[in-house]
Design a protein around this ligand. Structure first.
Ligand SMILES: [Zn+2]
Ligand SMILES: [Zn+2]
Length: 659
């Protein structure tokens, strides 16, 4: 199972994936690609409220941020005005009690769970974001999650795993075939827009998701302010308690970031050592950015740059500021993230004349005389400017296509993003198939529709235990003249005709692994309990005699083996073990019995006292059938006409009295 998110456009139960459509108890492994809401926010629900009983993996930074993020979202959910109407998906207690179940792993390390091998690779999307290589039943699947291949100020960009032949690539298609403006140009345009707003005396609102891309924007802004003293009097605010808490995670995981951030770290350390200010030595100790605890502490008195969450302005600080600032044409909203259909971030980009006021707090909105309970009817004019720059760290169409070419899978499955974008990217890939030697199959399955892709994989069985001591079977070359009556075979070159030697054993399949072993190795190598059943049937044939029994058995089964000496010795040993007192009698008895073996599996011991005959065999389907036949023969041996005739014949020849 890949990711467990919620939809940002919905609330409560309706924001969940369609978990009812799938039996979560059958899932062995759940991999969380990164901490974003749409990938991780229903994990507490899955762990606390469903029958899921598999294992959960994410990277260390993802786990660290996930903890704060979910805690924050649960608390915010509790204090929000519409909390009563919402059915809470899970409580803080659910989150905290399930958190220890999550297993944190490192990039480039491989883990095997129920024969499924997983390896995370950097995805270049947010801190800790991973692509997962999954090897299952001989198939290699690469799941990109959200990913980016762009030069970044802090993240290692995504690269295809080296020397791996991927069969299935599950990739995002968020931006479809759209092309991002080159990063440098985009940064220039972003800064031009922000400084433009400031130059006209306005406030720049950057609604951001508290964690992830916001940190990259802060690095850009801090660097720009450092290089442009004329703006240093304009404050940059970052209104997120959550982000403040998580900065320690960013400081901790510098090792998981790229060379740029490590260089910055070294430079700042050197600087700090010379000035003695070691506490501000980290690359995440911003010089020009102020953290804002709450809007109550914010003096809204002039130009500023404000990064506020949530990124899609559905509620919260960013929404409150939007409603406060939207009517002033000097102000500007700068959208930098990916916006989901139906959210305010998406709506504002259409530059509507009015936007609905939903926040109850804030002087500006209150002065407009909102009627409690009729929030939706209060409209606020929008005169502020709206700009959008893609800093979402998702690949664009060209980057995604290049990645597909690089990975070179036989199947691509598109996920994440709007259907229209997905369809465009799908057509693009299919269009490129005409140039490919091996065309790629592309799928964009709708929700709840199972995708069945037939794959032919080589099935390998490991030979273990006793069988492994046999010299590996060498193919035998069969010369054409050895093959009689097959005209076709003669057309084939001799070296191509090989016929492997056969070894036999029990084929054991455990998960996706197969092993071939001798039955007696089952316990040691497969952990299977084996049972051998010995069946024994006794009857009395006082008049038959050993010779007649032998004659009857040979008549039915052909040649039979006489195993008397071995069997007798065995029996003697057995009796010795029971004590010497019985020795004399035993010897006498042993001397008189004869044992035949029918078809190498059923032993018939005859000639015992009072014509006692014992039939013994190891119970299995084949032996049981043969034993049945043997018993059948024995039961008629004294009465069938042929046997009676034979009996007298025998007695005549032996010159012994008949009885
Ligand atoms: Zn994401
Ligand atoms: Zn996403």
């Amino acid at each position: 199972m890949l990711d467990a998110g919620t939809s940002p456009a919905y609330e409560g139960i309706s924001s969940l994936p369609f978990y009812d459509e799938y039996d979560l108890s059958t899932v062995d492994v759940l991999l969380i690609s990164h901490f974003h809401i749409d990938h991780a926010a229903s994990l507490p629900y899955v762990l606390a409220k469903t029958n899921f009983k598999g294992r959960v993996f994410m990277t260390h930074p993802t786990k660290a941020i996930y903890k704060w993020l979910i805690q924050d979202s649960v608390r915010v959910g509790n204090v929000s005005s519409s909390a009563e109407q919402k059915i809470q998906l899970y409580t803080e207690a659910d989150h905290l009690s399930t958190f220890p179940q999550i297993e944190a792993i490192d990039y480039y390390t491989t883990h095997t769970i129920s024969s499924i091998r997983i390896t995370p690779y950097p995805a270049g999307h947010v801190l800790g974001a991973a692509m997962f290589l999954i090897e299952i039943a001989g198939l290699k699947i690469l799941f990109t999650g959200d990913y980016s291949r762009e030069e970044d100020r802090h993240l290692i960009s995504a690269r295809a795993p080296e020397n791996v032949k991927v069969d299935v690539l599950i990739t995002e298609s968020t931006y479809g075939v759209a092309t991002h403006v080159p990063r440098v140009e985009r940064e220039n345009m972003l800064m031009k827009t922000i400084t433009g707003i400031l130059n006209r005396g306005g406030r720049a609102l950057l609604p951001v998701f508290a964690l992830g891309r916001a940190q990259e924007l802060l690095l850009i802004l801090d660097e720009y302010w450092g290089k442009h003293p004329e703006y240093q009097k304009v404050p940059i605010y970052y209104a997120s308690n959550l982000a403040r808490k998580c900065m320690v995670v960013y400081q901790t995981y510098i090792s998981a970031m790229n060379d740029n951030i490590k260089r910055l770290f070294r430079e700042r350390m050197a600087e700090a050592e010379s000035t003695g200010e070691v506490s501000k030595a980290g690359p995440w100790d911003f010089r020009y950015i102020r953290s804002l605890k709450s809007l109550e502490r914010f003096d809204d008195i002039g130009s500023c740059v404000m990064l506020a969450s949530p990124g899609m302005m559905q509620s919260g600080v960013s929404r409150e500021l939007l409603e406060r600032w939207a009517p002033d044409q000097r102000n500007g909203v700068v959208i930098t993230g990916y916006s989901v259909e139906g959210t305010m971030a998406k709506i504002i980009m259409t530059e509507p004349e009015f936007i609905p006021a939903i926040m109850t707090r804030g002087a500006a909105t209150a002065s407009r005389g909102k009627v409690p309970g009729q929030h939706d009817q209060v409209q606020i004019p929008r005169r502020c400017t709206v700009n959008e720059f893609a800093f979402a760290a998702h690949v664009d169409g060209a980057e995604n296509r290049e990645f597909v070419e690089e990975v070179n899978p036989s199947v691509v499955i598109l996920v994440h993003g709007e259907k229209s974008q997905m369809t465009r990217f799908k057509s693009k890939l299919l269009g490129l198939n005409s140039k490919r030697k091996n065309p790629i199959k592309v799928f964009s399955p709708p929700n709840c529709e199972a995708l069945r892709i037939p794959f032919k994989t080589e099935k390998l069985a490991k030979v273990v235990g006793k069988l492994a001591q046999i010299t590996a079977p060498q193919p035998i070359t069969v010369r054409p003249q050895d093959v009689s009556g097959d005209e076709e075979m003669k057309d084939v070159a001799p070296e191509e005709q090989t016929q492997p030697q056969l070894i036999t054993g029990v084929l054991v399949q455990s998960d996706f692994k197969m092993s071939l072993m001798a039955p007696e190795d089952l316990r040691e190598y497969a952990g299977l309990t084996t049972t051998q059943i010995t069946c024994r049937q006794q009857m009395a044939l006082p008049t038959a005699g050993v010779e007649l029994i032998r004659w009857a058995l040979e008549g039915t089964f052909g040649g039979i083996k006489i195993v008397t000496p071995d069997f007798a010795a065995e029996k003697k040993k057995e009796q010795d073990a029971h004590g010497n007192g019985a020795m004399e009698v035993a010897d006498e008895e042993v001397g008189r019995t004869t044992v035949f073996e029918v078809m190498d599996c059923v032993r018939v011991e005859c000639g015992g006292p009072q014509g006692k005959v014992v039939v013994e065999w190891e119970g299995n389907m084949v032996n049981d059938g043969i034993a049945d036949a043997v018993v059948g023969v024995l039961l008629t041996v004294e009465s069938s006409p042929a046997a009676v005739k034979r009996k007298f014949l025998l007695h005549e020849q032996s010159h012994r009295p008949p009885f």
